[in-house]
Design a protein around this ligand. Structure first.
Ligand SMILES: C[S@@+](CC[C@H](N)C(=O)[O-])C[C@H]1O[C@@H](n2cnc3c(N)ncnc32)[C@H](O)[C@@H]1O
Ligand SMILES: O=c1cc(-c2ccc(O)cc2)oc2c(O)c(O)ccc12
Length: 350
């Protein structure tokens, strides 16, 4: 047989396990969604100590007959380090929170359950299962129209998306000490595409006298109220951006193709140039670096690249492509600080 000549049986079986692992990997989000919907991270947190399977089943108020189901899903989740399994008295096993499931406990300042709910939402997932059909069609995004127009028509999805972005911004809090120098000396800041304003709120905690504007599409900022140091302005970043010492673009540039990025960056440069002293533009986004990054970091970046392709007809960029759009927009220099986990802060001087 051909296959015998080409491969050893052991290699074929390794390849088969790898393939099955890949196609069954949808069980990972499915099981995380299950744990979040059942509130398991909160149950473990409130239990105050590791929880045994019978204790968990009892807390879940589900039929006894489903104990085996809870065991199976928890075993996969623990295998993938979403929960930890620890030994308690009598050498019994119990479930504990891992660093990852600590991010799924509600009411903390680092809760990412809204992100889980958005990414596992059937509306988006079903569209991703149509990727083959979409590739053969002319539509530029899986939403047919732009995601922003889609959300204008679908307020429930918009709420899901904005909540997810808000929860993602919470993670900024843990990088502020590493990027304080970037914000020091600035008296005013505009967060372009700043959504519901969570990023700015976190920056304000560290710099309470900084005058901040959250600038986003009118339907996004409608009804949002600020205070003496924070205001919400509706508009279109392709037309005009309010002036400030610094312009922030978090999770915005990756939504656009290179030509649009150059247009946005030029508008930002204009808005930061009108100040007496030279202003700056601060970008928080992904920089793909397959050669240097660990496998898991590259994987999350590449998954976001597909998300950008399908949601926005855009992409994640490597440093070479970043340099190209930054230079085309007229900036002389840039500095990349890889301080946000899989994202970086890119500082552009005007
Ligand atoms: C991926 S979200 C990022 C939100 C926020 N910066 C964050 O990190 O959570 C991109 C944002 O860009 C906004 N946006 C899209 N087109 C825009 C435009 N033409 N002018 C201003 N904002 C826009 C969207 O409404 C959305 O809030
Ligand atoms: O963080 C995200 C996640 C998504 C996303 C992933 C999967 C889905 O089924 C729907 C949405 O989309 C994003 C996005 O469009 C963006 O501009 C920034 C971040 C994310």
């Amino acid at each position: 047989m051909d296959s015998e000549n080409e491969y050893k049986a052991s290699e074929l079986f390794v390849a088969q396990a790898h393939l099955y692992n890949q196609i069954f990997s949808f069980m990972r989000p499915v099981s995380i969604k299950w744990a979040v919907e059942l509130g398991i991270p909160d149950i473990i947190q409130n239990h105050g100590k590791p929880i045994t399977l019978p204790e968990l089943v009892s807390a879940l108020r589900i039929p006894e007959a489903k104990a085996g189901c809870v065991h199976s899903v928890m075993r996969l989740l623990a295998h993938n380090k979403i929960f930890a399994i620890v030994k308690i008295d009598d050498n019994k096993e119990a479930y504990a929170l891992s660093p990852t499931s600590k991010l799924l406990v509600k009411g903390t300042d680092h809760c990412l359950t809204s992100m889980v709910k958005m990414v596992t939402n059937p509306t988006g997932v079903e569209l991703y299962y149509q990727l083959t059909k979409w590739t053969s069609k002319e539509d530029l995004t899986i939403f047919d129209t732009t995601l922003w127009d889609f959300m204008q028509q679908n307020s429930a999805y918009a709420e899901l998306f904005n909540d997810a972005m808000e929860s993602d911004s919470n993670m900024m809090r843990f990088a502020m000490s590493d990027c304080k120098s970037v914000f020091e000396g600035i008296t005013s800041l505009v967060d372009v595409g700043g959504g519901t304003g969570n990023t700015v709120k976190i920056i304000s905690e560290a710099f309470p006298t900084l005058k901040c504007i959250v600038f986003d599409l009118p339907n996004v900022v409608e009804g949002l109220t600020g205070n003496n140091y924070l205001s919400f302005v509706g508009g279109n970043m392709f037309e005009s951006i309010p002036q400030a010492d610094a312009i922030l673009l978090k999770w915005v540039i990756h939504n656009w193709n290179d030509d649009d990025c150059v247009k946005i960056l030029k508008k930002c440069k204009e808005a930061a140039s009108r100040q007496k002293k030279g202003g700056k533009v601060i970008i928080i986004d992904i920089v793909i670096n397959e050669k240097q990054d660990e496998h898991e970091i590259t994987e999350v970046k590449l998954c976001f690249d597909i998300t950008m392709m399908a949601n926005h007809n855009s992409r994640e960029r490597d440093e070479k492509t970043w340099k190209k759009i930054i230079t085309e927009a007229g900036f002389m220099s840039y500095k990349i600080f890889p301080i946000f986990g899989f994202r970086s802060l890119i500082e552009l001087s005007v």
